[in-house]
Design a protein around this ligand. Structure first.
Ligand SMILES: Cc1ncc(COP(=O)(O)O)c(C=O)c1O
Length: 400
């Protein structure tokens, strides 16, 4: 290359991220009745994503009282990390000397930090991931240099969970390999493990000395705040070590504020501070110090009994609204009845890729390429239209 030759000229075409491509296609569609059921955000019945009232109140306090904008430090807002930990882990585990944590830019930042930790500090450098999963999981771990091992999980067309297949695959895993698990409201499959199923998973993870990485991005939007933390707490209690990648972006409605945290349980109190440094170093190299606003807002909410109660009420209202929409969606056609047993913001329609494309092309209805539909983006008004558009593709299936 000479000093005058142009740069970035030898690039080959790269596949665009599916969901980002979907957002662009939706924006470019100028049909007035287009429907965005792709991107995973909560919407109210008017189709907007409001700022939660508890968040607005906390923001006013923040603006009035924040004394400075100096850097937070690599761990972020430690008051936020400390108070928030009790929501997924329960108050007694927060006092455990083996627990360490830090603020991250969103759940994505937490996952990337977990991946860096696995890449730099485990010999197998491998993570087990069930299919299907959130499409960003594999790129996040690959980008950190972690190899992916896929295990069976769910078949969308027959709407069946393959837990036996998953456990059988994990029985072949080696000590020190990581195991990525959706803590609740699986994205995209909508599966939530029952306590018995969590027992089996915790048992194999503990026996084979795997490192569970729980991705908890929807706590409170499935069966409720406590029930949604069941698996996380069980893994914490059973496994030598585990990581928890948390996002407040859905359950506090903070999306663009990129509000997350990563906690780790060290094998013993003596190794906790070394593990903390091993977490701080890649964070320092990636973002140095996290953004403040979202974490400060969450901390202010959790410091106030009144704001905490208001946030819990608002979250519960959102959860119930999504449940109602899921019920109506499942009632649109007998082939959709199985969606009733799924939880969370997403439903995986039992449809092939052709149907996904036809919905987009013929009706301006945008769902993800794998058939994932954002239930939380539906409105009562949109329901009949969706039913009519789907009917020819679902066939003459009888309930039962
Ligand atoms: C399963 C899952 N994990 C993590 C995330 C990341 O959340 P955040 O927006 O906080 O980065 C998402 C976001 O959609 C998700 O669906």
């Amino acid at each position: 290359m000479t000093a005058t030759s142009p740069l970035f000229t030898g690039l080959t075409d790269q596949a665009a991220d599916g969901l980002l491509a979907l957002m662009l296609a939706y924006r470019a569609d100028d049909r007035p009745g287009k429907l965005d059921l792709g991107i995973g955000v909560y919407r109210d019945d008017s189709g907007t994503t409001p700022v939660m009232a508890a968040v607005k109140a906390a923001e006013r306090i923040l603006v009035d009282t924040q004394p400075t904008k100096v850097y937070l430090g690599v761990d972020g807002d430690t008051g936020y990390v400390q108070r928030l930990a009790a929501i997924p882990l329960g108050a007694e585990r927060v006092r455990d000397e083996r627990l360490i944590g830090m603020q991250t830019p969103g759940g994505t930042g937490a996952l990337r930090l977990a991946a860096e930790l696995v890449a730099a500090n485990t010999a197998p450098r491998r993570v087990w991931i069930g299919t299907p999963t959130w499409p960003n999981h594999v790129p996040i771990f690959r980008a950190a240099g972690v190899a992916i091992a896929e295990h069976p999980f769910y078949d969308p067309l027959s709407q069946s969970l393959d837990l036996d297949g998953m456990i059988a695959a994990l029985e072949t895993a080696s000590a020190g390999e990581a195991l990525l698990l959706h803590g609740c409201c699986h994205n995209p499959a909508g599966i939530d493990f029952t306590p018995d199923q969590w027992e089996r998973i915790a048992d194999v993870a503990a026996r084979r000395r795997l490192i569970p990485i729980v991705d908890l991005a929807y706590q409170g939007l499935g069966r409720g705040l406590e029930a949604d933390a069941y698996g996380t707490r069980l893994l914490f209690d059973r496994c030598e070590t585990m990581l928890l990648a948390y996002s407040c972006d859905k359950n506090f409605g903070l999306y663009r504020e990129r509000t997350g945290a990563l906690w780790a349980k060290a094998p013993d109190a003596a190794s906790a501070s070394r593990l903390h440094v091993a977490m701080r170093n890649p964070a320092r190299a990636a973002w140095s110090m996290p953004p403040d606003h979202g974490a400060a807002v969450v901390r202010i909410i959790l410091e106030s009994e009144e704001l905490t109660r208001q946030w819990r009420d608002e979250l519960e209202h959102m959860r119930r609204r999504v449940l109602g929409l899921r019920e109506r969606l499942a009632g649109l056609h007998p082939a959709l009845a199985g969606l009733r047993s799924q939880t969370g913001m997403f439903a995986m329609l039992p449809v092939a890729h052709d149907t996904v494309m036809a919905l987009r092309r013929d009706h301006g209805i945008y769902i993800a390429d794998d058939g994932r539909l954002n239930v939380a983006g539906l409105t009562d008004a949109a329901m009949p239209r969706l039913g009519a558009a789907l009917a020819p593709w679902l066939g003459d299936v009888r309930a039962g």
